[in-house]
Each structure stands twice: as C-alpha cells, then as structure tokens.
Design a protein around this ligand. Sequence first.
Ligand SMILES: [Zn+2]
Length: 152
Amino acid sequence: MNNNTSLLPHLPVAHLLTQGTSGLGLLGSKCSQCGEMYFPATDSCTACCGSDLAPCDIGNQGRLWSWTVQAFMPKSPYNSGETEEAFQPYGVGYVQMPSGVKVESRLTTADPAELAIGMPMALCLVRYGQRVDGQPLQTFAFAPTIEIEGDL
Ligand SMILES: [Zn+2]
C-alpha cells in the first residue's frame, strides 16, 4: 500500500503519505479491534491496548483546531538550510480530520488574518528549503480552502 519512497524520491516525509482515491492523503493506522485511528501510524492502540493495526488513509481535508506562528528558526534537526537572518516564519497548527484525529502540521500561511479556528483546510506539499546538494526539501502542509471575509 505505501510505496511512496519510489514515488516521491526527494520527499523526506513520503512514509507519512499515501495516494488514496481522492489524491494525496495522510497515512495513519486504524485499530482493527476498536476502530481508533492514529497519525502517524503506530502498532499499538492506546484506547484498547490492541496490537492489530492496519495502514489507513486518514484523508486530506480537515478543520483548523488550533494554530500559532513559528517566528524563530527551530533548533536542530530542523534542516531547511536557512540562516537565522534569512528564516521565514511559518504557520503551524493542529488540523482535525473527519475521523477526529488531530494532525500537527505546517500551514501554508503565517498571516493571522488568513487563519481562523474551525476553518476548512486541505493537504498539500510545500517547499521549505533545500539540501546542501541543491535538491529541494518538501514536506506536507495544510492550506486554508476559504478566504476570511470582512474585518475581524
Ligand atoms: Zn483499539
């Protein structure tokens, strides 16, 4: 089911993604005993102590549950290749998927005027830096699927 390492050779997070029927999705796991879902995938269920979990596409649409702005460069192992001076702040948040699973993710915007708790979000891939050999570094992120209207 998950063979994205060959599909997406320059994507360090390929093991967290799957190609589902509705496009790129997040690869989690689902407990066969109680149905609890996890992201990232795990092999033990904290809800029922079961150990029979199967890979599961947890989807690519959710709602913004909470967010903040990463305003300074994260410590190692953050690997964007940026310098402290050139660092570009980015949004980070939890996106709640239809199953209830909350996914910690980079967001495509760091502008507070473009983010609101509860807004619909969609999965995408973003470039966040480059390796020393010049290859782009990409990761998954969530993007708002509506624009906030009016003055907040
Ligand atoms: Zn379980």
